[in-house]
Design a protein around this ligand. Sequence first.
Ligand code: 4AD
Ligand code: MG
Length: 430
Amino acid sequence: MKHVYIADAGSHEGQTVTVKGWLHNKRSSGRLWFLLVRDGTGMIQSVVSQKDVQEATFEAARTVNQESSVIMRGTVIADERAPGGYELQVEEMSVYQQAEEYPITPKEHGTAFLMDHRHLWLRSSRQRAILKIRHEIIKACRDFFDSRGFTLVDTPIFTPAACEGTTTLFETEYFGQKAFLSQSGQLYSEAAIAALGKVYCFGPTFRAEKSKTRRHLTEFWMVEPEVAWADLDDNMDLAEAFVSYIVEKVLENRGEELKQLERDTRPLERVQPPFLRISYDEAADILKQEGVSFELGNDFGGGDETVISGRFDRPVMVHRYPAAIKAFYMKRDPHDESRALGVDVLAPEGYGEIIGGGQREDDYETLRKRIDEHGLPQDAFQWYLDLRRYGSVPHSGFGLGIERTVAWICKLPHVRETIPFPRMMHRLNP
Ligand code: 4AD
Ligand code: MG
């Protein structure tokens, strides 16, 4: 009998098909069993009626446990009341593996318990919806750059030097040499633009974050475009179009999942260009007006970003941070050397930074000096300095954190649910 995925059941109405999946839930009314079966593409209510099936099938329906894997043969019937609009009238069923007593039950479980059982927790409807939206966001990232003439460049994970400061480096032994897990593919993307013009890298990045916050992981995914001959304004144009496109695609293709998460989509519908562009100094002014104590020159904390972004109904771009708190590679503002030509995009509804980027220092001598000022080893950066010796050009780029973007779009309280198997300071298992 033809194996049909539940999402396609509708096109087999009236036919006998085979469905294979997991038992999500069941209930009985005497001589009937209603089995809710899930196969990853959807959910179908399967009805086992004592008068229509052999004793073995009815017995299987009676004894099958939550999360057992099952194979059912039956007829697809349209039924408006059934979840998904179709029902399977079961003729025969077998249990491929009878599950042991499932640890996750409909009662409330604590976060630690669920995180310890993450490998099973993924099967819940809520986690499935989040993973579907994560997938949609990643696909939108690729489609956006692919359709605009960017080339994907895969950058290394083992690296000899720091990109985003030395305090969050994961160090590892590399055949008698020291290596670090990549914090960002940016420096390598900068090399690739002289070959390809517009590039992006997309991969896992690693930071030994010792902070326990709702927005920090030690392993997270970042997509990073880099563009030759682009300045800070071009970079902000790109970021604004990019974020708007991602949100548009999720609204277009993942309405069901957003509904499942009870996400109010009105704030997402407002995410369209133009985004407001304010300077660091203007952002600091907002904090002052709101009575937040903040010392000018410091970086914004998560709470500060919540207050700043709370002023706006769509993402806001904050540019020209103090150079002293930004990475060594940032170009300084020619009108004010104390400011860097960097930009952060802060997501609304309290989410804060989802993008960091800016224009890069493209002058050899200046960059050499910065590497010294930041106490970084010149040797490890020789190749990077070379890019300023052989056809240097103005260039810019940014990095968007996938998990923070998923958290915002799904409106989740914490990034731990945005990635299949989160890695945090106190979380290496499962
Ligand atoms: O602002 P960041 O550190 O910028 C860079 O790494 C640049 N090299 C990117 C570039 O210009 N090509 O990180 C970029 C984004 C942040 O805005 C945030 O969304 C995410 O990466 N991010 C994290 N996400 C989860 N957990 C962490 N520990 C993160 N650190 C940064
Ligand atoms: Mg940043």
